[in-house]
Design a protein. Structure first.
Ligand SMILES: Nc1ncnc2c1ncn2[C@@H]1O[C@H](COP(=O)(O)OP(=O)(O)OP(=O)(O)O)[C@@H](O)[C@H]1O
Ligand SMILES: [Mg+2]
Lengths: 332, 495
């Protein structure tokens, strides 16, 4: 093959939009690009602020990222099916207060954990059922859950934090295991499980299939509705895990917890290469996406950049990620 | 027929990652002529046309109407007088036919920018009238059959009043009747001095309508000849580079007991009282015009859209098929008619596309066994001669005909007892078509049953043991292989 460098011109055939980009290297970039950007950011932050590249700070960043990261894994599944989940932030709050109320002593650790995971999964189950059986767009179905779950959290806790949690419960937020904070361990473990699930099982392949072409998936014998319900349930389950750890981390069940987390989770997935057009996305990508958000927040914090600027920068990064993604998609 | 040169493409090259799709291609088209572009699947026909239409850029020079052509995109191409019918249809499903046709150039009230809907519909109706297309401009695109969508795309391309119209497999989804209309349209365009580049795998069409033929093979330019200098065999030889038997002749298989029988199947507004049976070892053809309801019947048997009444028996036992998964469990397979809408998972790889309907047999303790998958997929790629650099290539980057083969492979991997094929060789080249026909016969000889819908008369007549003729949602009659011919089929359809 000759190595001739051409400028690709691509446009959808109806001629509405058109974009130019260099093809050469695009394969490398589209495959490892996000990882390279992440490394670049880490390098940049290390140069800009001496406090960034220390063991203590890096561990801190990853721990902060773990919560959002785990939520984002579930969101990745959902977005791959062409869906969306806006309820994660509120579900975190609901799980937080309910689990906390059973973690105040007198109960064994198993009870709040089961309650937390159960509530998380149940909200997902409801999301999925409403979206599929009710034939309501996931955007609306999960928007409803977002509002309702927040309300339930406030109602259940009377709007007040629920403290006095048992030590064993608090371990999930502040404990160390094998020399690493427990949330980080869970981030890695759930990352591995989710990755294997998505890439190496029938469940995962079906998830891609539904996002790639729902009609074709049905004809291939996939029970689309049931599958989508399971996907939302898994997302809720992961949200439950994040919520338990977050509650333990701040030592209280908080009805105001997790505000805007759904957007951070979606952002992590999208920055990590998950495409809103469906059928495209990976768990490692999402984990990197979450880390990018974390590094950005932390680095800017260390540099004393105002949080207003941080929000603006985050917005720019998200839009850029989607822009890159939509360019890639126009390849077809 | 003019001698004036309209288009000259010189030394066109194009590379995709891992593939040299075009290598110094020439193409010269004269004014007022129909120029065929021929070649096997993946030869580079569509790619060359996409360059001409401004979708891709490649190296080389193009001169059009005596001037060098530099395009910034498809819009520019339309402005300069080139329009194109794409191999893969691109309808906007939720919009009406009229809105689709005049997308981006709707008639408006004065300078307000407010769309004049009445005029829009009227203009579309007029266009359809001159082209003899019986479609209501106000229907939504998603409610049309693919054949109708194809006619709409043709109308759309014609409506730009271009000097050159590219037609990339315009007839792969339509029946003889519409082909006739299309040819009338082409003849009248020709008489107005419009040139047409015509891509098709159907040789008889090419010989009927084209003046000149340019042949590509594996991205190489092979040559250009006048149609009267060529015949089926010499053209095939040019395309394939070796001698091949271009038509496969059916080999007899032993026809055994009934495997599937259908009794009084009905679906409101689609079809009524459909009864038939198919036997092991048999190839049952279903013929009919566009909109006859053939696809609806088989999709409803397969559980895509279950029937409202009627019974289905498998090997004599009544079965209920409520979902395609039930059908697959009963070892039935369905290759659907529309590759893009109901077939391919475009963002996924060739491999994933192949295994999606039969994943269970690739599972080890719940995990997909990569080695097993690879082995099966490689054997399919070889068996069907699928042109792809590797199994991880996205299916959307394969040529149309090769996509079709991947989807066929998907069902073959399931080893079904009954295989339903809806337009199995749509967009597939001569050589591969013969291969697929051979494969169908082999399956029949192994005792499998095949139901085949085809809009191509030679395919229906050549492959079927028995032919059912359908018209407007009813079975009109049945012909045995011996008594069937084109006239009788049409006669039965219209009686
Ligand atoms: N966007 C793309 N990215 C990568 N490879 C591509 C792309 N488009 C086409 N190809 C490759 O270029 C070659 C030529 O494809 P093309 O679609 O032009 O074939 P074709 O002659 O139109 O075939 P068919 O008769 O099957 O439609 C094929 O090998 C195909 O896989
Ligand atoms: Mg093509």
């Amino acid at each position: 093959m000759k190595n001739q460098q051409t400028i690709e011109k691509q446009a959808p055939v109806n001629g509405r939009v058109r974009v130019d980009w260099k093809e050469k290297g695009s394969e490398v970039v589209s495959r490892y690009g996000i990882f390279l950007i992440f490394l670049g950011m880490v390098a940049l932050m290390s140069i800009l602020t001496p406090h960034f590249f220390t063991y203590f700070n890096l561990i801190n960043v990853v721990r902060q990222v773990s919560f959002i990261g785990i939520v984002a894994m579930g969101v990745t599944f959902v977005i791959i099916t062409k869906g969306i989940d806006l309820s994660s932030g509120s579900v975190i709050a609901l799980v937080s207060v309910m689990a906390a109320s059973f973690a105040q002593g007198g109960h064994s650790l198993v009870v709040p954990i089961l309650i937390g995971l159960g509530i998380g999964a149940l909200t997902g189950l409801i999301n999925g059922t409403i979206a599929t059986k009710g034939m309501i767009p996931p955007f609306i179905a999960t928007l409803g859950m977002m509002t309702a779950a927040r309300g339930m959290a406030l109602l259940y806790s009377n709007g007040r934090p629920i403290g006095n949690l048992t030590d064993s419960f608090l371990f999930m937020g502040s404990g160390d295991l094998l020399g690493l904070p427990f949330p980080i361990i869970m981030f890695l473990v759930m990352g591995l499980i989710s990755h294997l699930l998505l890439n190496n099982t029938k469940f995962g392949k079906s998830t891609y299939a539904i996002g790639g072409n729902e009609q074709a998936a049905r004809i291939c014998g996939i029970n689309v509705d049931r599958h989508l319900i399971l996907v939302y349930t898994y997302a809720g389950f992961l949200t439950g895990i994040a919520a338990l750890m977050l509650t333990a981390r701040i030592s209280a069940g908080q009805p105001s917890m997790g505000v805007m987390y759904e957007l951070d989770a979606i952002a992590a997935a999208v920055i990590g290469g998950t495409s809103l057009t469906g059928g495209i996305g990976t768990i490692p990508g999402t984990m990197i996406g979450a880390l990018i958000i974390g590094v950005l927040n932390n680095g800017l914090d260390l540099m004393n950049v105002s949080s207003y600027w941080q929000q603006i920068l985050k917005g720019i990064i998200i839009v850029t990620a989607v822009l890159i993604d939509s360019r890639k998609n126009r390849k077809s | 027929m003019g001698e004036e040169i309209l288009l000259e493409m010189k030394d066109i090259s194009k590379e995709f990652p891992g593939v040299k799709a075009l290598d110094k291609i020439q193409l010269t088209v004269k004014k007022g002529t129909v120029h065929a572009l021929m070649g096997e699947n993946g030869a580079g026909k569509s790619t060359l046309m996409k360059i001409l239409f401004g979708i891709y850029s490649g190296s080389g020079t193009i001169s059009f109407k005596g001037e060098e052509l530099k395009l910034s995109g498809p819009k520019d191409a339309l402005k300069k007088g080139i329009s194109m019918i794409h191999q893969e249809l691109n309808p906007i499903p939720e919009m009406t036919v009229a809105e689709n046709i005049f997308l981006g150039r709707e008639p408006v009230y004065g300078k307000t920018g407010w769309v004049n809907k009445k005029k829009l519909v009227q203009q579309t109706a007029e266009l359809f009238e001159t082209l003899n297309i019986p479609i209501d401009p106000t229907t939504k695109m998603k409610d049309l059959t693919i054949a109708s969508m194809q006619m709409v795309e043709i109308a759309m391309a014609v409506s730009h009043s271009a000097d050159l119209i590219i037609m990339d497999e315009p007839t792969s989804a339509i029946t003889d009747k519409e082909v006739k209309y299309l040819f009338e349209i082409i003849r009248s365009l020709k008489s107005k001095g419009v040139a047409i580049i015509y891509i098709s795998h159907k040789m008889d069409e090419v010989f009927r309508i084209c003046d000149e033929i340019t042949v590509l093979r594996d991205g190489q330019y092979i040559g250009t000849k006048r149609t009267d200098e060529l015949d089926h065999d010499s053209l095939t030889q040019m395309m394939v580079g070796r001698e091949i038997k271009q038509v496969f002749h059916k080999e007899p298989a032993e026809i055994k007991e009934v495997i599937l029988s259908v009794k009084n199947l009905s679906k409101e507004g689609k079809f009524k009282n459909i009864s038939f049976e198919v036997r092991k070892g048999e190839i049952l053809g279903i013929a009919g015009l566009m909109g006859a309801g053939r696809t609806e019947v088989i999709e409803s048997i397969f559980g895509v859209d279950p029937p409202t009444s009627g019974e289905i028996y498998l090997c004599g036992k009544p079965i209920k098929i409520k979902h395609p998964s039930d059908a697959i469990r009963h070892k039935i397979g369905l290759l659907t008619e529309d590759r893009k809408l109901t077939g391919a998972f475009l963002p996924l790889s060739v491999k994933e596309n192949m295994i999606m309907s039969g994943m269970n047999k690739f599972l080890n303790f719940g995990f997909v066994n990569g080695g097993k998958v690879k082995q099966s997929c490689v054997s399919m790629v070889e068996k069907l001669n699928i042109k792809t650099p590797n199994l991880n290539k996205l299916i959307m980057n394969l040529s149309g005909g090769n996509q079709q083969k991947v989807l066929l492979a998907r069902w073959l991997l399931n080893d079904p007892d009954l295989l339903i094929l809806d337009e199995p060789t749509r967009g597939v080249d001569v050589g591969a078509k013969a291969e697929i026909h051979k494969l169908m016969c082999k399956l029949a000889q192994e005792g499998k049953a095949i139901i085949m819908i085809s809009s191509e008369m030679p395919e229906i007549l050549g492959m079927s043991d028995r032919i059912l003729v359908m018209h407007e949602g009813h079975f009109k009659g049945e012909l045995s292989r011996e008594e069937a011919n084109q006239e009788r089929i049409l006669q039965i359809a219209f009686q």
